[in-house]
Structure formats: C-alpha cells, structure tokens
Write a protein that binds this ligand. Structure first.
Ligand code: TRP
Length: 339
C-alpha cells in the first residue's frame, strides 16, 4: 500500500477579491506543498458569520474566492479545496472540543479582544460565535489530523491553542490527535500598500489605488505601480534599508515576482531612475499574474468545472471528517447509532 502523505491544512475566510499580498504572502506558498503533502484547503464560511455580514455577499465571495484560489495554482487534481459548510463535522467536533477548552483562554485570545472591541465601538452586538471562533478553528485542523498548518503570524496563537486542545483531548480520553506544527513562511513577501507603505496591502483600502487585485488589467497594474509613493531622497537610491519610503516594498514585490534576491536587485538598479525601476516592477507583476488571470478567465467561463472541483474537495474532506468524528464520538462515550 502506498505510504500516506503527511497532511497540510489551511483555511481562509473568503475575501471577495484576492490581492497581490494574498497571493505572494500566502496562496503561492501553499502551492509549494502540493506535491509532497495531502493538502486540504478550506474556505471558512462558518467562521465568516461570527461578525455582521450579508448572506448574498458571502455566497458570492465564497465562489469567487474558490475560483481565484484554483487560478492561483491550487490545482483541484492535486489538493482538496472545499467550503467549510459543505463538510459535516467541523461544528460537531468544535462542540466536543469546546467542552474541554477553558473559557478564560478564549476570553484572552488576542483576536477575540480586538474584534469584540471593534464591534463594541460599532455599537453592534457581540455574538458568542466570536468567542468560540478559535474552537471551530481547532476543529478545522484536528478533523484532518493535520501535520502542518501554514498561517500568517497573526494566527499563530490560534494554532497554539489548537495544540493545547489536542493535548487535553489526548490526556482526557486517549491518544487521538497529532499536535499540528505552525508553518509561518520565511519567504513570501509581506506586501505593503503602494500609497501608504506603513500599512499592509488590504482589500479594505478605501481608495484601492494602493492595492493590486489579481483581476486588475495589465494597464491598471502599471498605473497603480507607476503612481506608487517613493520618497524624496535626492540621491534616488534603490535600496531596501530606507525608512518612510515605498522603495523597500517595491523591491520586495519585484524580488517575489522575479525570484531574484533583494541584494541582487539593489545592485542591478544602482543608478537607475525611479521611473525605470517602477516599470521593471510593473512588468514583473504583470508577467507573474498573467497565468493566474488566464486560468481565472477559463473558470469564469466554465462554472461546471468550479462546481466539480468543490464537490470533489468536499467529498474527500468529508471522508476524513467522518473517520475522525466517528473515532472521537466513540471515545467520548456516545452510543453508536444503531444500523
Ligand atoms: N482564522 C484564520 C484566519 O483568519 C482562518 C482559519 C479558520 C484557519 N480555520 C483555520 C486557518 C484552520 C488555518 C487553519 O486567517
């Protein structure tokens, strides 16, 4: 029998439009796991409803996001891409795990504190789902017995909580879950806003001129990069060690899109004008995104292919999920359903 590959799992909330920061900082790194791991990628719609939202927008964003992930290289023939709500087991396991998770720990989670404060400021109500969010996330991970969980720095605390919950379950019942390792990418650019390099590139950028979306046309990409802020350095130095300047971010972007090191780029562009440098950055971004845009266009024209991919992903995820859930329910002392 073929040896089972180790499991990578990661999930993200559907943002309607992915941007260059999502691609270079996250999704492109996930693609690197496809050959050596069994990969599960979830779009977590159940998590999305922990804060106020619009149902029709969620539905649209979930499908759009799935299409964009596939376009980015999450080839459905090589991984399982699924919507969280398509798989029975996430919420069931979350319930069981919640019963062994101390309330105080959930109340102390950074993300809960931030998000509940924001909600309070917006004078809207704080649903208990927000408190329970990390337990559902632990269930996402443990349901697949993931070996590795690639996430950004901001999610590290959640994966650490998952390890604690897994240990607690193993001690309380018996050895069941692997303790998942957090994978924070060392490579992969942290892409900043082109108009305000102190902020991360984000889809909630109000003007959108500082954010490059994967769907932006080559002309628009060139325009946005052309008008990116730089600095007023009289020497026009293209170097990474600079404060209050857009140049380091453009160097990072070019490095990520050309596979050349920042040092090599600094040398290559010594003495070049900012305009020439920007046009090289724009060329590299346009070239990097071209195949993504092509695949995306093909998927938009072939809805059946997208549905088929999501069905296969959900089926594979469900098989795993039932296996884990069955085991967990037996250990918990639940009577097996008579057949
Ligand atoms: N909380 C994660 C985020 O906001 C999304 C997420 C949900 C996740 N479940 C997960 C990430 C499981 C990794 C593994 O980005």
């Amino acid at each position: 029998m073929a040896e089972e590959k180790p499991v990578v799992l990661t999930c993200a909330q559907a943002t309607g439009q992915l941007h260059l920061g999502n691609y270079l900082g996250a999704v492109r790194n996930w693609v690197r796991y496809l050959d050596d791991y069994e990969c599960f990628f979830g779009i977590v719609d159940l998590h999305a409803i922990t804060v106020p939202y619009v149902p029709a927008e969620l539905r649209k964003a979930s499908l759009e996001c799935a299409a964009q992930y596939i376009a980015c290289g999450l080839d459905p023939a090589k991984c399982h891409l699924f919507l969280q709500s398509h798989v029975t087991g996430h919420t069931e396991l979350a319930w069981v795990l919640g019963c062994i998770t101390p309330l105080g720990k959930l109340e102390r989670m950074t993300q809960f504190k931030d998000k509940s404060r924001k909600q309070e400021d917006a004078a809207s109500f704080i649903g208990s789902g927000l408190l329970y969010y990390p337990v559902l996330m632990a269930a996402d991970i443990l349901l697949y017995n993931a070996d590795r969980v690639p996430v950004g720095e901001d999610q590290k605390q959640h994966v650490e909580l998952t390890r604690d919950i897994a240990s607690k379950f193993n001690e309380t019942y018996s050895d069941t879950f692997k303790l998942p390792a957090v994978d924070i990418p060392k490579t992969g650019a942290r892409v900043m806003n082109l108009q305000d390099p102190a902020k991360k590139m984000s889809k909630s950028d109000p003007t959108q001129t500082g954010t490059i979306f994967l769907k932006d046309s080559p002309e628009l990409i060139r325009k946005k990069i052309g008008s990116a802020v730089t600095d007023s350095d009289p020497d026009r130095r293209i170097v990474s060690a600079k404060e209050n300047s857009g140049i380091p971010n453009l160097l990072d972007i070019l490095s990520a899109c050309s596979d050349k090191s920042v040092e090599a780029l600094e040398q290559g562009f010594a003495g070049a004008s900012y305009a020439d440098f920007k046009s090289a950055v724009a060329d590299a971004v346009v070239t990097t995104l071209a195949p993504v845009q092509e695949r995306y266009q093909a998927l938009v024209e072939d809805k059946a292919a997208l549905n088929a991919a999501l069905k296969d992903g959900a089926d594979a995820a469900q098989r795993r999920a039932y296996k884990t859930l069955g085991k967990v329910y037996r250990k918990c002392g639940f009577v097996e359903r008579p057949r």
